[in-house]
Design a protein around this ligand. Structure first.
Ligand SMILES: NC(=O)c1ccc[n+]([C@@H]2O[C@H](COP(=O)([O-])OP(=O)(O)OC[C@H]3O[C@@H](n4cnc5c(N)ncnc54)[C@H](OP(=O)(O)O)[C@@H]3O)[C@@H](O)[C@H]2O)c1
Length: 323
């Protein structure tokens, strides 16, 4: 059911996925409360203010996830909340608690508490495939889908703090929803790429930039498939507007290995000096075109990997991130 005309809050509206979602919501007639960390930083605000519909229907809020009052201010007056804000760092961190875990977990609790206090009807939480994988004891003959959860012990032993942050944030979400009777739906995107709206790259576009510069990392514990920014934004809208949408929603154009992705980039852009990676870069990950069946059943037709790559590389080129 369409909820056009409603006010909704997008936490992390300044980010790469957030900007796509804000644009889509404005296009669909929503009034949007977008949160940013620093209202004085044009890199966080200018691209949002320039969007069609922004002059009359976009309000920017300064929000820090650990400051409850700032979260409440963004959410107040909204019928729905899209909670995207969370540090997205796949490189090693020095202080996991401060850099990743606290903002992800306590931040999510703050957003859900504010949503409950305000009487929001539905909250869409952006989790990740990082709450599904790495899961090394998952049977190799079984597709990793919404019923699979990241192995927290494996992550902690290997210093993989981003998957820990996303997994604990999502578990916190489901515990809160159950305990407080809050209507919550979750989207679990894969590696998100495509045309970049803000002036800064997110972690997944940085992966592609580094690959084109020759990086040989196979992202063994991080990759499960790619997805276009546009489809991730649409997935958020679909699960918000469809009351029948329940639970987690894996959001990838296909379940694939990073080796498949790199081989396709090399085929499309032979002029770059790409590393030769093995085909199977994600041990035990079963490939399938229909990994995101729940979203497909809601009507999402995923943009294929080839187009994701073309849109991403052309965006990196046009914005001067690669030559
Ligand atoms: N990129 C992917 O491939 C991918 C895949 C699956 C899930 N996700 C999830 O999607 C969401 C958005 O990620 P993205 O790729 O769009 O990354 P991004 O461009 O780095 O956006 C992250 C957003 O979170 C905000 N944020 C971070 N820490 C905050 C804090 N302490 N208080 C308030 N806001 C804070 C940032 O605000 P500022 O701009 O003001 O710094 C930014 O708007 C995250 O939850 C991420 O885990 C991403």
């Amino acid at each position: 059911m369409s909820k056009q005309g409603e006010a909704v809050c997008v936490t992390g509206g300044s980010g790469c996925i957030g900007s796509w979602l804000v644009r889509l919501l404005l296009e669909r007639g929503y009034t949007v409360h977008a949160t940013v960390q620093n209202l004085k930083d044009e890199a966080e605000t200018k691209h949002l203010e320039a969007m069609p519909g922004a002059a009359s229907r976009l309000r920017l809020f300064c929000m820090e996830l650990l400051d409850y009052d700032s979260v409440l201010a963004g959410v107040r007056g909204c019928a729905g909340v899209f909670h995207l804000a969370s540090p997205c760092i796949v490189d090693r961190v020095l202080d996991p608690e401060k850099e990743l875990l606290d903002p992800a977990i306590k931040g999510t609790t703050n957003v859900l508490t504010a949503a409950k206090e305000v009487g929001v009807r539905r909250v869409v939480v952006t989790s990740s495939i990082s709450a599904i994988t790495p899961s090394p004891s998952w049977p190799a003959d079984r597709v990793k889908a919404e019923d699979c959860w990241t192995d927290l012990d494996y992550c902690k032993q290997n210093g993989l703090w981003y998957p820990v942050s996303k997994t604990l944030a999502e578990k916190t979400t489901w515990d809160f929803a159950k305990k407080h009777g809050l209507d919550v739906v979750v989207v679990n995107p894969g590696t998100v790429m495509g045309p970049v709206i803000p002036p800064r790259l997110n972690a997944s576009m940085l992966m592609l930039q580094r690959l084109l510069q020759g990086c040989t990392d196979t992202y063994q514990d991080f990759f499960m498939g790619s997805v276009h920014f546009k489809d991730v934004a649409l997935a958020h809208l679909l699960v918000y507007e469809n009351e029948s949408a329940k639970g987690r929603h894996l959001c990838v154009e296909a379940i694939s290995h990073y080796g498949d992705f790199v081989a396709k980039v090399a085929e499309l852009y032979p002029e770059y000096n790409l590393p030769r990676l093995p085909k199977d870069t994600q041990p035990g990950l079963l490939r399938t075109k229909n990994g995101a069946k729940k979203l497909m059943d809601l009507g999402l037709e995923f943009i294929p990997m080839e187009q994701i790559i073309k849109d991403s590389v052309e965006s990196l080129k046009s914005k001067g991130f690669i030559s």
